[in-house]
Ligand binder design. Structure first.
Ligand code: GTP
Ligand code: MG
Length: 195
């Protein structure tokens, strides 16, 4: 996928109206700090268009990045951010849910989980909910540079079982540092654009 242009076109907070876009959208969800914004930068081949932070809870809005006037990549706020108040967590959860429930343009949904750990209850809940709403979530196992190659199969198995995913669910190991898995993700976006 050749990136000719990309820009942050729309930012939605809890009280914003979601945009009625006329291009396909692909959404990236996952717990806070899992690497959503870093992945989106890698996809756009930009260092810091999407804000990245070692502090969880960086992205607190729904951010729509327009790539090539062909597709929107949507950066969702992270869930499960421990330091956020109950009220904030609820608000973000609602935003994510409302977006995934109401946009007509979502063509693919990616769920990011950390390759090093078994999925959390929130991850499992999100996966089940995405599945229930009718998406076929593609799982991205992030921070793959943090494990040894020899651990890869075992970790993928742990993720698959922990999420309750079937053999058919695609799980892509990814690292925004080494760019492992980037080609695969870009291929998904290219497919969305073509269809
Ligand atoms: P929120 O916006 O808080 O929901 O977080 P996020 O999911 O957007 O995570 P973000 O991309 O901001 O990354 C969080 C931290 O993890 C940062 O310190 C990143 O540098 C680091 N990180 C992200 N991806 C990777 C990766 O593939 N490998 C390694 N080693 N670190 C990563
Ligand atoms: Mg973020």
């Amino acid at each position: 996928m050749v990136i000719r242009s990309c820009n942050l076109e729309t930012v939605c907070g809890p009280t914003s109206t979601l945009p009625k876009n006329d291009l396909p959208e692909v959404a990236f969800a996952g717990k806070s700090n899992v690497g959503k914004s870093s992945l989106i930068n890698a996809v756009m081949n930009r260092k810091s268009l999407a804000r990245v932070s070692a502090q969880p809870g960086k992205t607190q809005t729904i951010n729509f990045y327009n790539i090539n006037d062909e597709i929107y990549v949507v950066d969702l706020p992270g869930y499960g951010f421990a330091k956020a108040s109950e009220k904030e967590r609820e608000r973000w959860g609602k935003m994510i849910e409302t977006y995934l429930n109401t946009s007509d343009m979502i063509r693919a949904v990616f769920l990011l989980v950390d390759i090093r750990h078994a999925p959390s209850a929130n991850d499992k809940q999100m996966f089940e909910w995405m599945d229930y709403v009718g998406y076929d979530p593609i799982v991205i196992a992030t921070k793959a540079d943090k494990i040894k190659r020899s651990q890869l199969d075992k970790q993928i198995k742990i993720l698959r079982e922990g999420l309750g995913a079937t053999k058919d669910t695609i799980i892509v190991p990814f690292s925004s540092q080494t760019k492992q898995g980037l080609d695969t993700i870009q291929d998904f976006l290219a497919q969305v654009i073509e269809n």
